[in-house]
Design a protein around this ligand. Structure first.
Ligand code: GN1
Ligand code: MG
Length: 552
C-alpha cells in the first residue's frame, strides 16, 4: 500500500542532502562511483531505494556499502546489497539511476512512482545495514544513507568501517541465520575458525612457509587483518602487515591489488625479500592478488586466474578423495583472464570453464549454475559457490563415508566454512589460498610454475562517449562503431597467440583495452595499436595514444 504523501523525503532532500550537480550518474558495474563531493544526494536517495527494496523483499535486510574500492582517495561510491548478500538485481539498477538523477523537486513524485511500479507495501518494516570504507568522505555519506532510510521509516543499522565482503556477509547472516552471526566477531569466528580447524589436519610441510607479507592498500582490509593476525600462532600463519594507512599514507596510492595487477609492479612500502610470498588487497578488501620478486628483482604476479585454478584443483582433488561423482565443479572467468590460464583449466585440470561479461554479478550468477562454481576476475575478485546439493553430499560423506573419503569430506566442509560465498573476499580468499599452498606443500615459485602466463597489457583510452562502443560475445567482440572489430582483427592477426579486445568501462568514463601476445613488447604494442584504433574510430579525445618507444 503506497503512502499518500512523502513530504518528508522532499524536506530531508532539500534541507540536508540537496542535489547540487547536473552531472548524470549511472548505477554501473559496482554501483555509483565518482568524486565524493558529487555523491551525497545520490547516497541519500539510495537509502530511500534500499527501504523500498527491503519492503519488496518482505522486510528482509538490504545492505548499503559506501566505498570506491580501488579508486583513489577523492572518489567514493555506493552500492546496494540484496538479501542473500549478493549484488543488487540488475533490473533495479534502472530504478537506482532514475532516482539518483531527478531534481529535488521531482524526488517525491519519482519515489512514489517507483513504489507503485515495484508494488512495495510501505506498511511493512524495512531494515538496512550500512557499512563504509576508510575514506575521509565516508562517514558523511554513511550519515546521508541512514537519513534516506529514516525518511521512509526504515531501520538503519550502521556497522562503521568494515570491508565490503563483511557487509555482504552480515546481510546474508541477518536473513539466513544458518549462515553465521551478523557481526564482525561472527565473521571472524566462522572464517578464522575454519582455517584453524583445517590447519590442525594440515601441518606445514614441503616448501610451504607460513610467513606471509601483506599489502593492505592503506585501506580497511589491512586494518582488519590486524585483528585476524592475533588469532594465529606463527606456525598457523605468520602475517607481516604493510600499508596499513598510517599518517601520510594514501589509500591505493602506489599499492594495493589494482596497482599491482595493472602496473605489473610491486606495492611500495614493502621490504624486498627475494621469493617472499606477498598478498596484496584492494582498498575495500574484496580483491586479492599475490606476487613475489625473484633474485633479479623481477616481479611475478599470481592473479585471480591463478587463485581460481589453485582453489578449483584442490577442491577437485578433495572431491576425488571423497569418491563422489555427484558433484560437478566449473570455473567462470571474464575476457580479461589470461589465455594461458584458460588453456591450463581445459587441458590440464580438465574442468569446464565459461567466459562471461565483466562484473561480479555476471560471474556470480554463472557460478550458481554449477554444483560448485569457482569464479574469479583476473584482478583478484572472486569466490567459490557451493550449491545445497553439494553441501548435502559432502556433509553426508563426512558423517557416513568410509574413513578416507570421510577425512576428505571433513576437510572440504571446513573449506566451505572458510569461504565467504556472498562475494569475493580478500581475507577469506587469502586463508583459502594459504590452506591450499600448505596442503600441497608448495612455495609461491612452485605455484607460479604450474603454468606460464602469456604476457599481457591493459590500457585505457578516453573517448567523447564510451557508449559508442558496443560489444557482444562476453565483451570479446565490438559490434559498433562500424569497422572497429575488423581493425582489431587485422591487428591481432599480426601476432602469434595474439588476442585483444576493447570494452567501455562500467566504473570509469573510459574505454579499456586488453591485449596478450607471446612477448611483453608484442602485447604492449598490440594494446597500443588497439588503443589507436579505438581513438580513431570511436571518437577519441585528447592526445592520440602512442606506440611503445621501440616501435616509433
Ligand atoms: C578490467 C577490470 O579489472 N575491471 C573491473 C572494473 O570494472 P570496469 O567495468 O572495467 O571499470 O571494476 C569492477 C568493479 O570493481 C570490477 O568488477 C571489474 O573487474
Ligand atoms: Mg574492491
Amino acid at each position: 500500500m503506497p503512502p499518500s504523501s512523502l513530504r518528508v523525503v522532499y524536506a530531508f532532500a532539500r534541507e540536508m542532502h540537496p542535489k547540487t550537480t547536473d552531472v548524470f550518474i549511472q548505477y554501473g558495474t559496482a554501483g555509483f562511483r565518482t568524486k565524493a563531493i558529487l555523491l551525497e544526494h545520490v547516497v541519500y536517495r539510495m537509502g530511500l531505494l534500499a527501504v523500498i527494496r527491503s519492503r519488496v523483499k518482505n522486510g528482509r535486510t538490504i545492505g548499503m556499502m559506501i566505498t570506491a574500492s580501488h579508486n583513489l582517495e577523492p572518489d567514493n561510491g555506493v552500492k546496494l546489497v540484496d538479501p542473500d548478500g549478493e549484488m543488487l538485481e540488475e533490473e533495479w539498477e534502472a530504478h537506482a539511476t532514475k532516482l539518483a538523477n531527478v531534481s529535488d523537486n521531482d524526488l517525491e513524485a519519482t519515489t512514489m512512482e517507483i513504489i507503485q511500479e515495484v508494488k512495495a507495501d510501505m506498511t511493512l518494516k524495512a531494515s538496512v545495514f550500512i557499512g563504509m570504507d576508510t575514506r575521509y568522505t565516508s562517514p558523511r555519506l554513511a550519515a546521508a544513507a541512514a537519513n534516506g532510510v529514516i525518511a521512509l521509516k526504515g531501520t538503519p543499522k550502521e556497522f562503521g568501517i568494515v570491508t565490503t565482503p563483511m557487509l555482504h556477509f552480515f546481510v546474508k547472516c541477518r536473513n539466513d541465520n544458518s549462515y553465521g552471526t551478523p557481526t564482525e566477531e561472527g565473521y571472524y569466528e566462522k572464517i578464522i575458525g575454519a582455517y584453524k580447524n583445517m590447519r590442525k589436519s594440515l601441518p606445514t610441510k614441503g616448501d610451504y612457509s607460513p610467513c606471509l607479507y601483506v599489502d593492505g592498500a592503506n585501506g580497511v582490509g589491512g586494518k582488519k587483518l590486524k585483528n585476524v593476525k592475533k588469532n594465529f600462532d606463527e606456525e598457523e600463519l605468520e602475517l607481516h602487515l604493510f600499508n596499513l594507512g598510517g599518517s601520510g599514507e594514501k589509500l591505493n596510492l602506489g599499492c594495493g591489488a589494482d596497482h599491482v595487477k595493472v602496473t605489473q609492479t610491486p606495492a611500495k612500502g614493502i621490504p624486498s625479500t627475494p621469493y617472499q610470498r606477498i598478498a596484496s588487497l584492494d582498498g575495500d578488501g574484496d580483491r586479492l592478488v599475490y606476487y613475489y620478486t625473484d633474485d633479479k628483482d623481477k616481479m611475478h604476479l599470481l592473479d585471480g586466474d591463478r587463485i581460481a585454478t589453485l582453489l578449483a584443483s584442490y577442491i577437485t582433488e578433495l572431491l576425488q578423495r571423497c569418491e563422489t561423482t555427484e558433484v560437478q565443479l566449473g570455473i567462470v572467468q571474464t575476457a580479461y583472464a589470461n589465455g594461458a590460464s584458460t588453456k591450463y583449466i581445459t587441458d590440464t585440470l580438465k574442468i569446464p570453464v565459461q567466459c562471461v561479461k565483466t562484473g561480479v554479478k555476471h560471474l556470480h550468477s554463472a557460478a550458481h549454475k554449477y554444483d560448485i562454481g569457482v569464479y574469479f576476475e583476473a584482478n583478484g575478485h572472486g569466490t567459490v559457490l557451493y550449491s545445497s546439493k553439494a553441501k548435502n553430499v559432502i556433509s553426508r560423506i563426512a558423517r557416513e563415508g568410509d574413513p578416507e573419503p570421510r577425512e576428505a569430506a571433513k576437510l572440504l566442509s571446513q573449506f566451505i566454512e572458510m569461504t565467504n560465498e556472498t562475494v569475493g573476499d580478500a581475507i577469506s580468499d587469502l586463508l583459502l589460498v594459504e590452506t591450499v599452498l600448505c596442503a600441497r606443500g608448495i612455495s609461491a615459485l612452485q605455484w607460479m610454475q604450474l603454468y606460464t602466463d602469456l604476457p599481457c597489457r591493459q590500457l585505457k583510452v578516453t573517448v567523447a562517449d564510451r557508449n559508442a562502443i558496443q560489444t557482444t560475445d562476453a565483451e570479446r567482440q565490438c559490434t559498433s562503431p562500424e569497422g572497429l572489430q575488423q581493425r582489431i582483427n587485422e591487428l591481432v592477426a599480426k601476432y602469434p597467440s595474439g588476442r585483444a579486445f576493447a570494452r567501455p568501462s562500467g566504473t570509469e568514463d573510459i574505454v579499456r583495452v586488453y591485449a596478450e601476445a607471446e612477448s611483453q613488447l608484442e602485447a604492449d604494442t598490440l594494446a597500443a595499436e588497439v588503443c589507436q584504433a579505438v581513438f580513431d574510430l570511436a571518437g577519441g579525445v585528447g592526445a592520440r595514444p602512442e606506440l611503445p618507444a621501440t616501435q616509433e
